[in-house]
Design a protein around this ligand. Structure first.
Ligand code: PMV
Length: 351
């Protein structure tokens, strides 16, 4: 199989501070705006190689390998995504596609990989498009395009293409915001947050109880949906103020309110889902007690699952690490945790 061109990109996961939960009509249009920290250690690395086609048909020819092994389930998802964007990337039909992807974090760690995987793939496609056309977008436009296409694969992936922090979703108070792509936000970020720590405490690594696709759709009939969307707008405005000023207490209070609201929304959906594990609650209690006693700015957030993201400034990392190992490690599944931090965004990997 003759290789014509190949690109490899590494793109990180992200953790939402104000959560995206619920969609408007249209393709992956969020019901409310969201904002997230880009992570550093949790990433996907994806290479897309264009090869000579085996057959003469116009069908997309794709082979997908995850961790070096053929993976049919992911391949089918990717094929659906490629079919939806083929008019923007004509080379998807002109060549055969050989795709290899790996994650830096273990597959069964309960860490959502769609944000890193879809953003890595979208950036690789945009890179190939530029190379094949010989026309370059500006660096800013390139990332906006990548964010747009990442969004079509997984909403939260749109936010992974920018360093440190990014905002996605039309918000009255955020200039330049859009439902179609995320925007960079780092220039507004107080320096304390540039090195913020995010330790992921693995309460359980079992499969997700509910897919985010179903989770989003449950908001259509959730009796609190309207109130939630208004709360998200308000929380976004306020957390941005805290992020600019470096107001850690205000930041942390909104962070925890967002996490608890996301889980409360799932509990009062029909059908109802409890996404925390018993150890999630035990750890939350301990974190709040530690904060009260130590007066350190240690706050948590949660994704749509049982694992805790503990956020704190680098300056207090030593003391917080001691607390993590003394008090929280015992509640993590097999003691598993990932030490991550706010990160630099996607990078191209040299061949
Ligand atoms: O991108 P999706 O469709 O997997 O949805 C992600 C939703 C949350 O992770 C729960 C929140 C968010 O904004 O990332």
């Amino acid at each position: 199989m003759k290789e014509i061109k190949k690109v490899t990109w590494r793109s990180p996961s992200n953790i939402a501070l104000v959560k995206y939960w619920g969609k408007k009509s249209g393709v992956q249009i969020p019901a409310n705006p969201s904002i997230s920290f880009t992570l550093q250690q949790c990433y996907s690395e994806t290479s897309v190689a264009l090869v000579e086609k085996e057959g003469k048909s116009k069908e997309i020819e794709l082979r997908f390998y995850f961790d070096g092994k053929a993976n049919m389930a992911f391949q089918l998802k990717m094929l659906k995504f490629f079919e939806s964007v083929q008019s923007d990337f004509p080379f998807l039909r002109e060549y055969g596609l050989l795709i290899h992807s790996t994650n830096s974090f273990p597959h069964s760690s309960g860490i959502a990989s769609s944000a890193s995987a879809m953003s890595a793939l979208a950036i690789a496609l945009c890179d190939l498009k530029q190379q094949l056309s010989g026309k370059n977008w500006s660096a800013e436009k390139f990332l906006q395009k990548a964010s747009y296409f990442a969004r079509l694969g997984s909403g939260s992936a749109s936010r992974s293409v920018y360093p440190l922090i990014s905002e996605w979703g039309k918000a009255k108070t955020v200039k330049g915001s859009s439902d179609e792509y995320a925007i960079p936000f780092a220039k507004h970020l107080h320096k304390t947050f540039h090195t913020y720590q995010n330790t992921i405490l693995i309460a359980s690594s079992s499969e997700k109880k509910v897919s985010s696709r179903i989770g989003h759709s449950l908001m259509k009939t959730n009796p609190f949906a309207k109130t939630r969307y208004a709360q998200a707008e308000k929380n976004l405005k306020e957390i941005i103020d805290a992020l600019k000023k470096g107001d850690l207490e205000k930041f942390g209070n909104i962070l925890e309110e967002e996490a608890m609201t996301l889980h409360a929304l799932m509990m009062c959906s029909t059908p109802s889902f409890v996404l925390m594990a018993p150890s999630t609650l035990t750890m939350i209690e301990k974190i709040r007690r530690f904060r009260e006693e130590s007066k350190l700015p240690v706050y948590f957030t949660l994704d749509a699952g049982p694992n805790i993201h503990l956020l704190y400034p680098k300056a207090v990392a030593k003391k917080v690490d001691a607390f993590i190992y003394d008090e929280l490690e015992q509640h993590c599944e097999k003691g598993k945790m990932i030490h991550d931090n706010v990160g630099k965004g996607p990078v191209k990997v040299k061949a």
